[in-house]
Design a protein around this ligand. Structure first.
Ligand SMILES: *Cc1c(COP(=O)(O)O)cnc(C)c1O
Length: 414
């Protein structure tokens, strides 16, 4: 293939393996299951270990199949480098573990994926200060920053209440203060939004969700966008300052986060995710259209008390979402009117499946306070704007009419 660089999103992903050359003319990067990689010349083994030439050493630090996926995610996010992990939490945990030290301070959105919130609690117990702020307001973020603030962490569209962080202004603030800006792009995916465009230095993607898309493999990734100047980051060890400064961050995360903690992505999972990623754009078009149609149906129904979806004009950040994102996402949440039992309602649905996970091809639905946000307790739920009756829907690719009919008949019987 020629080296034309400006292919569209899907074309780039579909042809990426082949452009790098694959044995036998294979169109997919094979699943390389070998844990070790042998070298005919022992000196070459040593020089790979010392980072003097490229190559694989041991499966925990890197694998050719995983590396082919890393390259695709990197293309999607237009980064300078990407690392994959066994799960999205593995990726987030690696950031905290590799980059933060006791005495450091972090500003985090308070509208967070539940397990990220739980991980911050652990980090706090280990001596890192965390200020939780309303990230829809750049002023709140600015007010929480102090001299020890090492990073600001936000999600694009918060799960499950769909608040949208003031992404661009927080990016400007971080740039001015020399603070690392970490954006969890899981809910938008690089198809709807590239955090690099608002100055994010590191981008998290839970590959388990829409990128893999079929709910058959766990995975996570971290992309360094090149936007952050690592010479301003005080926690980089001398060992990882050998290459150009733009590689310092990932070098340290690869060693301290991936190699030492070992949440490495398995090659079989990388293959599943890579196949799923080929249709990310097509699936997102369909799930976003379905989500908007469903949000409108719910909002118009008198048995529904509230609907949270960025595509509705009633959403507080509707205009912002329109400016930032290609579309409004596949996730919505809603509350039924008092007196309607949410479990009975869920049990009346024939297509939407009561299950955790999101970004699946199938529509999944879950009562939030009773499940994924149960452990944190009512008080913290209230500060996150999560009503006890909140229901989250991850909208799939079902035929729109079938999906709408399923919800309409469950509501009609309420
Ligand atoms: C699911 C999710 C994660 C964690 O991903 P896993 O692969 O389940 O570990 C992180 N952030 C967000 C926003 C998520 O939805």
């Amino acid at each position: 293939m020629n080296d034309k660089k400006n292919y569209g999103f899907t074309t780039t992903i579909l042809h990426n393996d082949r452009r790098k050359g694959i044995e036998h003319g294979s169109l997919h990067k094979p699943v390389h299951t070998s844990v070790a990689f042998g070298y005919a010349d022992a000196r070459q083994l040593a020089s790979v270990f010392q980072g003097k030439e490229p190559g694989f050493r041991y499966g925990r630090q890197g694998n050719p199949t995983v590396s082919a996926l890393e390259d695709k995610i990197n293309q999607m996010e237009q980064g300078v480098g990407t690392l994959c992990f066994a799960t999205g939490m593995g990726a987030i945990g690696a950031v905290f573990q590799a980059l933060l030290r006791a005495g450091d301070h972090v500003v985090s959105s308070s509208f967070l994926f539940g397990n990220t919130n739980s991980l911050w609690q652990t980090t706090m117990a280990q001596g890192v200060g965390v200020s939780f702020v309303d990230a829809t307001s750049v002023e709140a973020v600015a007010a929480a920053i102090n001299d020890n603030t090492r990073l600001v962490f936000v999600e694009t569209i918060a799960n499950p209440r769909t608040q949208i962080a003031d992404l661009a202004r927080i990016g400007e603030l971080c740039r001015a203060r020399g603070i690392l800006y970490v954006v969890d792009n899981t809910m938008t995916t690089p198809y709807l939004f590239r955090p690099k465009d608002v100055g994010a230095g590191l981008v998290v993607n839970a590959l388990t969700k829409s990128i893999g898309g079929h709910g058959i493999a766990l995975g996570g990734s971290l992309t360094d966008t090149g936007a952050y100047d690592w010479t301003r980051f005080p926690n980089i060890y001398e060992n990882y300052k050998k290459a150009a400064a733009r590689q310092w961050g990932l070098a340290q995360i690869r060693a301290k986060g991936l190699r030492d903690f070992g949440a490495s992505l398995a090659p079989e999972a990388a293959h599943h995710i890579a196949v799923g990623a080929e249709t990310l754009a097509l699936r997102m078009e369909r799930t976003c259209a379905n989500a908007l149609a469903l949000a409108r149906l719910l909002e118009a129904d008198q048995r529904v008390a509230a609907v949270y979806y960025p595509g509705l004009a009633s959403h507080p950040q509707h205009a912002l979402a329109g400016e930032l994102f290609r579309s409004y996402g596949s996730l919505l949440s809603f509350e039924l009117k008092d007196g309607i039992d949410c479990f009975d309602f869920l049990n009346r649905l024939q297509l939407a499946i009561p299950a955790s996970n999101l970004g699946d091809t199938r529509t999944l639905i879950i009562p939030v306070a009773h499940t994924i946000f149960y452990e944190m307790g009512a008080e913290r739920r209230a500060t996150m704007g999560i009503a006890e009756s909140l229901i989250r829907v991850s909208v799939g690719i079902e035929d729109t009419d079938d999906l709408l009919a399923d919800f309409a008949s469950a509501l009609n019987a309420s």
